[in-house]
Ligand binder design. Structure first.
Ligand SMILES: Cc1cc2nc3c(=O)[nH]c(=O)nc-3n(C[C@H](O)[C@H](O)[C@H](O)COP(=O)(O)OP(=O)(O)OC[C@H]3O[C@@H](n4cnc5c(N)ncnc54)[C@H](O)[C@@H]3O)c2cc1C
Length: 498
């Protein structure tokens, strides 16, 4: 990590402690993790002011999320940080799965060309947060981040929410029309409302070792079941920026945590992975367990739960942070419309229903992966080992091998009251699915991308045989009373000279 990312952000005495009273804020976001920060930027892009509270004064330390999926990168791009992240991150799209010392199969997460954003990048969470903080600073009139401001109490009033906040200068109260609870897996907002986080803890321990080394390894995701070079049940390797490699070792539930985290022990394991001739330094090491759990509902009166405060999954599949950013993308335009009195509050129910369904999908995939990786009964183990053995020879068995089904956007088709009936619309991009990207040429001849040109608002997208038809289509749209931006696509084959 560069020194810059480690810097503490300045704490300022909040105006309420200096005596300001009676201000009702449109939105208070609790938590300046990736999800809270992304929400602040998204709301600002819709012209909505917010205060972000964080109990800390730094970006998150250590090794947490590294894999950011295409859909999330497209959202980050809309928020104005996607290109910076892709430039720094390690791009990848191929995953390789091994059993012992043999490659079983590989998968390509983006076989189609012509997308602005790659299938995945690996980028440490502290960089993601740092870039989001820098972007948020570009909206000084709309985003106020209050570091070292800890939410300690929260109660709903009739038309607002009252928050109690603790700071180095003492406590104060804030009033907000809406609260976004983005305060992570141990959410104080959840506790304050007495909400249950239902799910289950997986009985498995994983060791993370981040090592810095000069190695000519590919950027592909590489996953071993029962590797020959380590006693771990599985090993996963990801390349990150700054010549750092993240190695996850599956230790088993009975592993002696204290013994396994000793640097000498970790170095020995890493040495077996990288071979005797590669020089490396240990950057970070930790042991974690995880759970798959969620709130039953994400909307509780005027408190809206996003990210890890609403749901947690295992890291295999990279669905935690990615799912949280997709919550933000779903929620913020709706909240902005409600605040601007352009939509009823009932619109927020669609956030609840859509993201709860997406979360169920993420938990389902994540739990299945975990069960495959950590068979718990002799029967499950026999079945798992038989699949691995068969996969060496028979392609059909490879589809049953599960080392993580990686994050994909959930389809809302048929799930939500605000998505058109799929059957009513012709074409392959069904309503409720994320819009696919495509390379375009602007009328001035410059290159652009479909997602870049439609931005984040409702847009009428239509096709025409030639650019000359643009005027007619605009006229038709005006006549229909649709006050929305119009984008006309002229397929390349019909353009003169194409
Ligand atoms: C080992 C590991 C690997 C992972 N790998 C991936 C991956 O590759 N891809 C992926 O998508 N996800 C991954 N995840 C999950 C990812 O890290 C989380 O989903 C993500 O951090 C959630 O973001 P968040 O903003 O919701 O919560 P957090 O990142 O937890 O942020 C919450 C913020 O709220 C603040 N806060 C907490 N309590 C209070 C309070 N009372 N008052 C004010 N502020 C408060 C905290 O200081 C923090 O800044 C991984 C997680 C782990 C542990």
């Amino acid at each position: 990590m560069d020194g810059q990312e480690l810097e503490a952000f300045a704490y300022h005495t909040p105006p309420e402690i200096r005596g300001r009273k009676g201000v009702q804020h449109p939105v208070v976001i609790v938590g300046a993790g990736p999800v809270g920060l992304a929400a602040a930027i998204d709301l600002a892009l819709h012209g909505v002011r917010c205060i972000v509270l964080d109990d800390n004064d730094r970006v998150s330390a250590g090794s947490r999320a590294i894999c950011w999926a295409k859909r999330t990168l497209e959202i980050f791009d809309r928020l104005g940080v996607g290109e910076r992240m892709v430039a720094k991150g390690v791009t990848w799209q191929v995953g390789r799965v091994y059993h012992r010392d043999e490659e079983l199969y590989s998968f390509d997460l983006l076989p189609e060309r012509g997308h602005k954003m790659p299938a995945f990048i690996n980028l440490q969470q502290y960089y993601v947060e740092h870039y989001l903080v820098a972007r948020a600073a570009q909206f000084p009139d709309l985003i106020e981040i209050r570091w070292k401001n800890e939410l300690v109490g929260l109660r709903q009033a009739e038309r607002s929410v009252l928050l109690e906040v603790d700071t180095p200068d003492g406590r104060y109260e804030l009033e907000a029309l809406w609260v976004l609870a983005a305060d992570g897996a141990r959410s104080a907002a959840r506790r304050a409302l007495g909400l249950e986080f239902a799910g289950h803890v997986f009985e498995e321990k994983f060791l993370i070792a981040d090592v810095r080394m000069r190695a000519d390894y590919p950027s592909d995701r590489r996953f071993w079941f029962q590797p020959t070079f380590d006693p771990a049940e599985s090993v996963l390797i990801h390349r990150q920026p700054d010549e750092i490699f993240r190695i996850d070792f599956q230790l088993g539930w009975d592993a002696d945590t204290e013994a396994e985290r000793q640097p000498a022990r970790v170095m020995e394991r890493v040495r077996h992975v990288v071979g005797p001739n590669v020089k490396f330094e240990l950057e970070w090491c930790s042991i974690y367990t995880f759970q798959c759990a969620r709130l039953e509902r994400f909307v509780h009166g005027r408190v809206l739960f996003v990210g890890d405060s609403a749901h947690v999954v295992s890291p295999f599949g990279a669905r935690g942070g990615n799912g949280g950013i997709q919550d933000v993308d779903n929620l913020c335009w709706k909240l902005a419309l409600v605040l601007q009195s352009r939509a009823p509050e009932a619109l927020l129910e669609s956030y609840d229903c859509e993201r709860v369904r997406a979360c169920e999908e993420n938990i389902r995939h994540s739990s299945r992966t975990t069960r495959f990786m950590t068979p718990k009964t002799p029967m499950e183990r026999q079945l798992r080992d038989a699949v691995l053995a068969l996969a060496r020879e028979f392609p059909f068995a490879r589809t049953l091998v599960n080392s993580g089904r990686l994050s994909r956007p959930c389809s809302l088709a048929g799930l939500s009251s605000i998505v058109a009936d799929e059957a009513a619309v012709a074409g392959s991009m069904a309503p409720g699915t994320a819009c696919a990207d495509a390379p375009l040429v602007r009328t001035d001849g410059g290159p652009t991308w479909l997602l870049e040109s439609i931005g984040g608002d409702f847009t009428v997208l239509t096709f025409a045989a030639s650019a000359a038809e643009l005027g007619r289509l605009e006229g038709e749209q005006r006549a229909a009373g649709l006050d929305l931006p119009l984008r006309v696509l002229v397929p390349a084959a019909t353009r003169p000279g194409a």
